[in-house]
Design a binder for this molecule. Structure first.
Ligand SMILES: [Zn+2]
Length: 521
């Protein structure tokens, strides 16, 4: 995933060229004799030994990281690989093994470089944070990042280590534990696409089964920029997404540039994931109370943390896939979210705080996954200013009431499902309204690129979140339409519990086609 995203962003950066590319991984099951599984394992062990060796070489020669990969590779080989011209390298690779093929070595060097770059980038950030805090005379307690203690990377096969690839088989040169041997394996599963550029395959173990993962790059015509699409075609369709921490993890609306609302989709499952996470966090908290252990990676809680991480990741994939599917089904070419803003720390029990933090992170993941999946389909993704997106009426831009079914229709209770605009009588689902506003912001920004500026940090602070009686901010005031600010007079009775109510008439969320499957507890 990380590698895929790296390619994705690289593609986004290549503004000048008209060609764009997207990277996906083709996963194929390998069919082999049972005894060959031990070879693949031995091959992976050697690969990691060589990678770990090169990580140490880089640690001993940090300057190498100033070079690009193209130059770092020969520099590292000069330090390690004996040749006629270079008979006594400083740190000979021969301590690991005498006959390591060049392409195997280079793939391992590449893996080591990747890890080293990531490690030193984290270390640099840590040093900066420490320097900043110490300069202010504060204590700095955060532990520094540590280099990888164990290496468990999948072995990448550069060409030369593989050959004769067909749609159903490949020849791989593997370390058997005692020698190098060519082995033919049969492949089933998704075939490599014809028009794509095929990258180096990797041998990946999933449980007891070995898979061949092959990155493929698809090239396509770069879609026109968002500004161009919005300003040149009033029929351009935009899918706007409001991400939430409540039951509806995502509410999507599709509208055209000229403002016709075409479709709405509610993506649920929030309560289930939240309940699941809370139960696991509760267990972790109880374990901690027993043992007094605080570190996240302590063994007794490691399985519980893994469960939470897996569930979060899975939900983020599911939700982002549904968002992108809906976008594509509706013929939208632009996908828009709001910026996440800052995490507002919650008070309360450990499980509650931890849960809201992870829910917040999940929003970021959903965005990243959706952006990547959308790009593969030629759909562009953007984000807009989140200021007041859930307070403004999507029809007339006045301030809305937000409330729960059965409660007084007044004020603004965050998290409640319903909204009413007193000015134009629009009523409906509050998250759907927010989603429409998000879409409108993108349109407005694209049409007048210099008018919408990000808010000053002070103004974004949760001033308005706290009470219902606050007047409109300047930003909302300069929006067209009559302002309701005068009608808002500090009535503070909207602080009841955010109770879930039924939704308004036609705003009923669609049924969720597949239930989220969380791992057994
Ligand atoms: Zn209105």
């Amino acid at each position: 995933m990380q590698v895929e995203q790296m390619y994705l962003y690289k593609a986004h950066e290549e503004e000048a060229s008209m060609a764009a590319k997207a990277t996906t991984t083709i996963r194929q099951v390998m069919h082999y004799q049972p005894e060959h599984a031990a070879w693949f394992a031995a091959n992976q062990v050697l690969f990691n030994q060589v990678a770990a060796f090169y990580f140490e070489v880089i640690q001993a020669h940090e300057k190498i990281l100033d070079l690009g990969d193209q130059d770092a590779l020969p520099a590292l080989e000069k330090l390690t690989h004996a040749t006629k011209k270079n008979p006594h390298p400083v740190m000979p690779l021969s301590v690991i093994g005498k006959e390591i093929p060049a392409m195997f070595r280079r793939a391992a060097i590449h893996a080591a470089l990747g890890s080293a770059r990531s490690f030193y980038a984290h270390l640099k950030k840590w040093r900066t944070r420490r320097a900043n805090l110490l300069a202010k005379g504060k204590k700095f307690l955060e532990r520094p990042p540590v280099p990888p203690r164990s290496w468990n990377k999948s072995a990448t096969f550069y060409f030369g280590q593989w050959k004769e690839r067909t749609s159903s088989s490949i020849l791989l040169k593997v370390w058997t534990g005692s020698c190098w041997s060519w082995l033919k394996v049969r492949l089933t599963g998704r075939e490599l696409p014809n028009e794509a550029e095929v990258g180096s395959p990797a041998l990946v173990r999933r449980g007891k089964q070995w898979w061949l993962h092959t990155p493929v790059e698809k090239h396509f015509q770069r879609p026109p920029k968002i500004e161009t699409q919005v300003t040149t075609n009033a029929a351009t369709r935009i899918c706007a997404v409001d991400l939430n921490l409540n039951e509806h993890l995502a509410v999507c609306t599709v509208q055209t540039v000229e403002g016709t609302i075409l479709a709405t989709r509610f993506i649920g499952g929030g309560r289930e994931i939240s309940g699941f996470r809370k139960r696991q966090l509760g267990r972790i908290a109880r374990n901690r109370a027993k043992t007094g252990i605080l570190a996240e990676n302590e063994q007794d809680n490691a399985a519980l943390w893994r469960k939470i991480r897996n569930a979060d990741e899975q939900i983020a994939h599911l939700v982002s896939a549904r968002i992108v599917q809906f976008t594509q089904d509706q013929g939208a070419s632009i996908l828009v979210f709001e910026h996440l803003g800052n995490l507002k720390p919650e008070k309360g029990k450990y499980s509650r705080r931890g849960n809201s933090k992870r829910a917040f992170w999940m929003k970021g993941r959903i965005f990243n996954f959706a952006k990547y999946k959308a790009w593969n389909l030629g759909i562009l993704t953007s984000r807009v200013n989140p200021h007041h997106t859930s307070r403004e009426c999507a029809r007339c831009h006045s301030l809305i009431f937000r409330y729960a079914q059965g409660h007084p229709i007044e004020g603004y209770t965050p998290g409640t499902p319903l909204c009413l605009c007193q000015q134009c009588q629009m009523r409906g689902n509050a998250d759907r309204n927010a989603s429409l506003i998000i879409g409108q912001r993108l349109i407005a920004r694209s049409q007048e690129p210099f008018k919408e500026k990000p808010p000053a940090p002070a103004r974004r602070a949760g001033r308005v979140e706290k009470s219902t009686g606050v007047a409109l901010s300047q930003e909302a005031k300069r929006k067209k339409g009559p302002s309701l600010s005068d009608a808002w007079h500090g009535d503070d009775n909207a602080h009841g519990t955010a109770q879930e109510g039924t939704l308004w008439m036609d705003e009923r969320p669609s049924a969720i086609p597949t239930q989220l499957r969380l791992p057994p507890e």
